[in-house]
Design a protein around this ligand. Structure first.
Ligand code: NAP
Length: 457
C-alpha cells in the first residue's frame, strides 16, 4: 500500500480536523501524520483565543482531544516552524505538509494616535486573559473609561472581559495572574464603537445577549442610533440573526440605563453605532486621552458615509478589535495584503506566478482569512485533504521517511519537544490545580513550566 507521510504545522482546530478527516476518509494509502505545534499544548485558538467564560465553545476541546487520544497522530509540541524545524526538513521526511497556523496578530489600523500609550490590539489582550505563554504576565487595567473599536465577536469578548468583575470569573479556568489583574481594574465605562449600524454588526445574537446578563454592569444604548433606513429595515426583516440582535438592543432601549440616564450598576457598557474613529488624542506624556470620532449615517446599501459631525469622548485606554491577521512562515509564500498563504482550495500557490507549489497545502484561517466560526474549519479541511489525496503524482519524495528521523533531528538540535503523553500530564496538572476550588482547571502560563510539567522533569 502506498504510504502517505504527512506533516501538519499547527495543532489548533484546523490542523486537528485536517488530520482527523484524512485518517478517517483515506483507505487507499497508509497514512501517518505528525502534528507540529509551536506551543507546548495543543488546541490553538480554542485554548488561547476563546474567552475563559465561554465554556461551551471551550468544550470543542473534548472533541479535539478524542481525535488526539485515538493515538494515530504524533504530536511534537514546543517546536517552532522556521527555526526548530524548516521546510527543507519537512521535504526530507514527508510527502506533503499542511499549514494550519491560523491568524493570531491584530490587523493594522490606520488611525492617527493608534500607537499611543494605552492603545492595544485586541489579540494581545485576548492572549493575556487566556494565559498565552508568550505575552507579558501583567496587563495595565488602570483606565476608568475605555473604548473598544469594532463590532465583531472579538470586540464583544474584549468588552465583556473589560467590564466583567473578576470574581465572576472565578468559576472559569482563568489563570491566577489574570484574576489578580482584573481584580484591581479601575474600569467603570466601556464604550464599543461600530462604524455602521445595529443591523450591520458582525457579532452574533448569543454573544450580544450575554452582555446584558453581566453582573453589576448596565447596558447603555443611544436612541439616535436606531433611526433605521430601508436597508437596515430590510436586513432586520429578512435575516433572523439581525432580527434577534435588533430585538435584544431594543429591549435595552426600554431600560433605565438608556441614553446614559444611569442604572444602579458600578460599571457600564455603552454601545455606540454610526461612529467612525478618526483620531486618538494623547496627553503630554503620549497617553491615550480621548477618541475623536465622526458620526456616520447609512448610505442606503448597508454601508456608511461620514456626516462631517465630529465628537470627542475622553478615554484612557483604547482596544482595536477590527480583525485578526496571519503571520508569514519561513520559506512559504505569503500574501502580505490579506495575511494568508496564497492558495486555490488549499493548494498553495507561488506569490508571483500563481503557480501551484507542489507538496504544500493550507487550511483554516491561514488559508481563508480570519472569518467564520470554529466549525467552518471542518469543511475547509475537507477541501484541502481532498486535494492532497488527488495530488499523489506531485507529492514530495522524501529521502528519509522513517518515523525515527524526526525525534532524532529534534534531539540533535536540542529542542525540548512535548508529546501526547506530555499533554496528558499538563492537562492532569491543570485539572488538579482547579480541583480545590471546584474549577474545571487553572491554566499553567509560563512556557518553561508547561514544558517542565509536560516532560515530567
Ligand atoms: P469580524 O467579525 O470581521 O469583525 C470586525 C469588526 O471590525 C467589524 O465590525 C468591522 O466593521 C470592524 N472594522 C474593521 N475595520 C474597521 C475600521 N477601520 N474602523 C472601524 N471598525 C472596523 O472580526 P473579529 O471580531 O475579529 O472575529 C473574527 C472571527 O472570529 C469571526 O468570524 C467571529 O465570529 C469569530 N469569533 C467568534 C466568537 C464566538 O463565537 N463567541 C468569539 C470571537 C471570535 P465592518 O463590518 O463595517 O467592516
Amino acid at each position: 500500500m502506498t504510504k502517505l507521510r504527512l506533516a501538519i504545522v499547527g495543532a489548533g482546530p484546523a490542523g486537528i480536523y485536517a488530520a482527523d478527516i484524512l485518517l478517517k476518509a483515506e483507505r487507499r494509502f497508509d497514512v501517518s501524520i505528525d502534528l507540529f505545534e509551536q506551543l507546548p499544548a495543543p488546541y490553538g485558538l480554542v485554548r488561547y483565543g476563546v474567552a475563559p467564560d465561554h465554556p461551551r465553545i471551550k468544550g470543542i476541546i473534548t472533541a479535539l482531544r478524542d481525535v488526539l487520544d485515538r493515538g494515530d497522530i504524533r504530536i511534537f509540541g514546543n517546536v517552532h516552524f522556521g527555526t526548530d524545524i524548516t521546510l527543507a526538513d519537512l521535504k526530507r521526511h514527508y510527502n506533503a505538509v499542511i499549514f494550519a497556523t491560523g491568524a493570531r496578530r491584530d490587523t493594522g489600523m490606520e488611525l492617527p494616535g493608534a500607537d499611543a500609550i494605552g492603545s492595544y490590539g485586541a489579540a494581545d489582550y485576548v492572549s493575556w486573559f487566556d494565559g498565552h505563554p508568550d505575552v507579558p504576565r501583567e496587563w495595565p487595567l488602570d483606565a476608568a473609561s475605555v473604548a473598544v473599536i469594532g463590532n465583531g465577536n472579538v470586540a464583544l469578548d474584549v468588552s465583556r472581559m473589560l467590564a466583567k468583575h473578576a470574581d465572576d470569573l472565578l468559576v472559569t479556568e482563568v489563570p491566577e495572574n489574570v484574576y489578580e489583574g482584573m481584580k484591581n481594574s479601575a474600569v467603570t465605562d466601556v464604550h464599543v464603537f461600530g462604524r455602521r449600524g445595529p443591523a450591520q454588526v458582525k457579532f452574533t445574537p448569543l454573544e450580544l445577549r450575554e452582555l446584558g446578563e453581566l453582573h453589576d454592569v448596565d447596558m447603555v444604548v443611544y436612541d439616535e442610533d436606531f433611526d433605521y433606513d430601508d436597508a437596515s429595515r430590510d436586513a432586520i426583516a429578512s435575516n433572523k440573526q439581525v432580527m434577534v440582535i435588533d430585538r435584544v438592543l431594543q429591549s435595552w432601549r426600554t431600560r433605565d440605563s438608556v441614553n446614559n440616564a444611569g442604572g444602579s450598576a458600578s460599571r457600564r457598557l455603552h454601545l455606540h453605532f454610526w461612529a467612525r474613529p478618526v483620531e486618538v488624542r494623547t496627553d503630554d506624556e503620549g497617553r491615550v486621552a480621548a477618541l475623536v470620532y465622526e458620526r456616520t449615517r447609512p448610505d442606503g446599501t448597508g454601508g456608511a458615509v461620514g456626516t462631517g459631525e465630529m465628537r470627542e469622548l475622553p478615554i484612557q485606554a483604547l482596544y482595536r478589535a477590527i480583525g485578526y491577521f496571519g503571520s508569514p512562515l519561513h520559506g512559504v509564500p505569503f500574501d502580505k495584503k490579506h495575511g494568508v498563504i496564497p492558495n486555490r482550495e488549499g493548494q498553495v500557490l507561488s506569490k508571483d506566478s500563481n503557480q501551484r507549489v507542489p507538496g504544500i497545502y493550507a487550511t483554516g484561517w491561514i488559508k481563508r482569512g480570519p472569518v467564520g466560526l470554529i466549525g467552518h474549519t471542518k469543511s475547509d479541511a475537507m477541501e484541502t485533504v481532498r486535494h492532497i489525496i488527488n495530488d499523489q503524482g506531485s507529492w514530495w519524495q522524501p529521502e528519509d521517511p522513517s518515523e525515527g528521523a524526526i525525534p532524532a533531528l529534534l534531539a540533535e538540535r536540542g529542542v525540548h519537544w512535548t508529546d501526547l503523553d506530555g499533554w496528558h500530564r499538563l492537562d492532569e496538572h491543570e485539572i488538579a490545580l482547579g480541583a480545590p476550588q471546584e474549577r474545571a482547571r487553572v491554566k499553567v502560563v509560563p512556557r518553561e513550566d508547561m514544558v517542565r510539567i509536560s516532560r515530567g522533569e
